[in-house]
Design a protein around this ligand. Structure first.
Ligand SMILES: NC(=O)c1ccc[n+]([C@@H]2O[C@H](COP(=O)([O-])OP(=O)(O)OC[C@H]3O[C@@H](n4cnc5c(N)ncnc54)[C@H](OP(=O)(O)O)[C@@H]3O)[C@@H](O)[C@H]2O)c1
Length: 285
């Protein structure tokens, strides 16, 4: 989501400096890639994290190229003042800090609704106060897919909004069988970072954007990986399910968004799992 403001900051930029932006939740998965991209393009980045001493979560940021252009801010999105300090002096904000629970919730409203809503409002208020030019707010498919009124034969686009009761039901009954046969919406996180920068930099960008590069089933992903790594053992126990949801990313594509070939994403993913020690294979592979 792109939100316009009025920029009254007119700082003298140092030679070669692209501008100063704030990235919230900088140590998180999506935000880290955004920070990396921004640094590579010459931006100065105010990164917000909740625990600056947590090396395990945030240590990778210091190791990024051009990390001398990073300024660390301790901020919680529920705490307006901490956010305001981080956003002050910037021209743009990328808001990616949000609770992303992996287990069962005990209180849907308190854990999953209040922090992102209050956090986004705090970011918008602090951005307004700081005269921020543009806020890019990272959301989720969860804000789109839970709309039972959307026609089944039409791909979901930016006009489709989830309804709260359906979100709650979806979260409470959340269960991801590993080999489910549904179509999955897929996008490389590096292409997400590119998309976020594109909507930040392109003056024509406005409103909501869906970024889905590919829609396919696990079975199809496995086929692609198998071509490159034929010696793995592959399961054949895939299920087939009806009621798939598909998405329309034409709005973003028409702005000039390009994404990687699917095979590159899948192969890099497998290679990363190996590098991280999460996937073992024989040397002969
Ligand atoms: N990853 C995906 O596949 C995906 C797909 C679609 C959309 N998204 C969206 O992208 C956004 C980021 O997700 P992610 O996958 O990057 O998750 P993530 O790795 O868990 O990152 C979330 C970040 O938010 C921070 N955070 C949580 N609560 C906060 C608070 N109260 N104040 C300040 N920071 C807070 C976390 O900080 P701590 O480290 O301190 O906990 C963490 O750095 C979310 O809105 C998510 O819905 C992600």
């Amino acid at each position: 989501m792109v939100i316009e403001g009025t920029c009254y900051i007119n700082r003298e930029r140092e030679k070669g400096e692209k501008g100063r932006v704030c990235v919230t939740g900088a140590g998180g998965y999506c935000a880290s890639w955004v920070v990396k991209l921004l640094l590579s393009k010459g931006y100065t980045v105010h990164e917000t994290v909740r625990d600056p001493d947590d090396e395990k979560k945030n240590g990778h940021l210091k190791k990024m190229e051009n990390s001398s252009n990073l300024q660390l801010f301790h901020a919680d999105v529920m705490d307006y003042d901490s956010l305001s300090r981080a956003i002050s002096g910037c021209e743009g904000v990328f808001h990616a800090a949000s609770p992303v629970p992996s287990g069962q919730l005990t209180d849907f409203q308190k854990e999953l609704v209040d922090p992102p809503v209050k956090g986004a409002l705090n970011v918008l208020k602090a951005s307004h106060e700081a005269g921020i030019k543009r806020v890019v707010l990272v959301s989720s498919m969860a804000a789109v897919v839970n709309n039972p009124k959307w026609p089944k034969d039409i791909h979901m686009d930016e006009t489709c909004w989830s309804e709260m009761p359906s979100c709650k039901t979806a979260e409470v009954t959340r269960d991801y069988p590993r080999l489910e046969g549904k179509i999955h919406a897929l996008v490389d996180v590096r292409d997400v970072a590119e998309a976020l920068l594109l909507v930040y930099e392109n003056p024509k960008a406005a409103g909501r954007y869906i970024w889905v590069a590919y829609s396919l089933k696990f079975r199809e992903m496995a086929e692609i990986i198998k071509r490159r790594y034929p010696n793995f053992e592959y399961t054949t126990e895939f299920t087939d399910e009806k009621g798939n949801k598909e998405f329309n990313s034409e709005k973003l594509k028409s702005l000039g968004w390009k994404f990687r070939p699917l095979e590159d994403t899948l192969v890099d993913f497998v290679e990363y799992l190996h590098e991280a020690g999460l996937l073992k294979w024989k040397e002969s592979f």
